[in-house]
Design a protein around this ligand. Structure first.
Ligand SMILES: [Zn+2]
Length: 295
């Protein structure tokens, strides 16, 4: 398939390049309102981004559209919606996913025990819950940051260690580990955000990040790839682009893996399981898990 190089409406916020290839356009209806996003693949870093990037106004309309209350029954993609991700019903699935990703990054629960941990984009505090309830970590060592005031209110009922993104500079702590679970793809300008995050790290501190991996599966599955989420998934990183961006800020990648063959719907469990295992083994999964160390 030949592709046409175009000048993007907005330059790639991952590498600042202006040329790209068009990928696809998707529309989503929420309570009678229509939202549309077109993704392009950056000709320089090989990542994908929504082009033009959603405006503040778009984002406000989208996030106040009641999307969070929508019923996503029928989908089994636990990355595809907040409701699903944060409902009690799926808590066990999310906990299991944390367990695998932590293990894939080379940590044991024991390794995490005495670390001061910050979860950036903590939503309703589900990772805090996982670390304290499932792993038995001391709750005083676990912190969270989020932009959403409703979510924060829920978190603050569990612990005082939750802050809004605006309070980032007021935090008088340095952390051994900062986690970003499926959050960087939602950030319009990931570089300045990352710079602020890294400032909160101890010397030799680490970042554990999980985010969609733009690459082979996305190219082959096209609109079937579950990470093209209208308005929400602004920047979809290629593996190399993610590693390069962290490298610019003095963070070295010490572990990289991926998981999920992105199969949903009516697929025999054994076939799904086999393909998920192959995607993980050959590292072309839909979601990547990277561990970085400050050097
Ligand atoms: Zn780029």
């Amino acid at each position: 398939m030949s592709r046409t190089l175009i000048r993007s409406n907005d330059e790639c916020q991952i590498c600042n390049h202006s040329f790209s290839y068009e990928i696809l356009t998707k529309t989503k209806e929420i309570s009678g309102k229509f939202f549309q996003s077109t993704w392009v693949e950056c000709a320089n870093c090989g990542s994908a981004h929504i082009d033009p990037y959603p405006t503040e106004d778009n984002l406000l309309k989208y996030y106040s559209s009641g999307y969070i209350d929508m019923d996503f029954a029928g989908t089994t993609d636990h990355h595809s919606s907040h409701k699903l991700h944060y409902s009690d019903r799926y808590e066990d699935i999310v906990f299991e996913n944390y367990g695998y990703s932590i293990q894939d990054a080379g940590y044991s629960i024991e390794d995490l025990k005495n670390l001061k941990i910050l979860d950036y984009g903590c939503a309703n505090g589900i990772f805090y819950k996982y670390l304290t309830h499932v792993c038995g970590l001391n709750h005083n060592n676990i912190y969270g940051i989020d932009i959403d005031s409703d979510m924060l209110e829920a978190c603050q009922k569990m612990s005082q260690n939750f802050y809004s993104t605006k309070q980032l500079r007021d935090i008088n702590e340095k952390f051994d580990l900062i986690t970003l679970w499926n959050v960087i793809e939602h950030i319009y300008k990931p570089e300045p955000a990352l710079k602020e995050i890294i400032n909160l790290l101890q010397d030799n501190g680490e970042i554990l990040i999980e985010t969609p991996m733009y690459g082979l599966l996305a190219n082959k599955l096209r609109e079937e790839w579950s990470h093209y989420i209208v308005v929400e998934h602004i920047n979809l990183f290629s593996r190399d682009a993610l590693i390069n961006m962290f490298d610019k800020f003095g963070m070295k990648c010490i572990s990289a893996s991926s998981f999920g063959a992105n199969l949903f719907g009516e697929i025999q469990p054994r076939v799904k399981s086999a393909l998920d295992q192959i995607a993980k083994k050959l590292d072309f999964g839909a979601t990547q898990v990277l561990r970085f160390k400050k050097y």
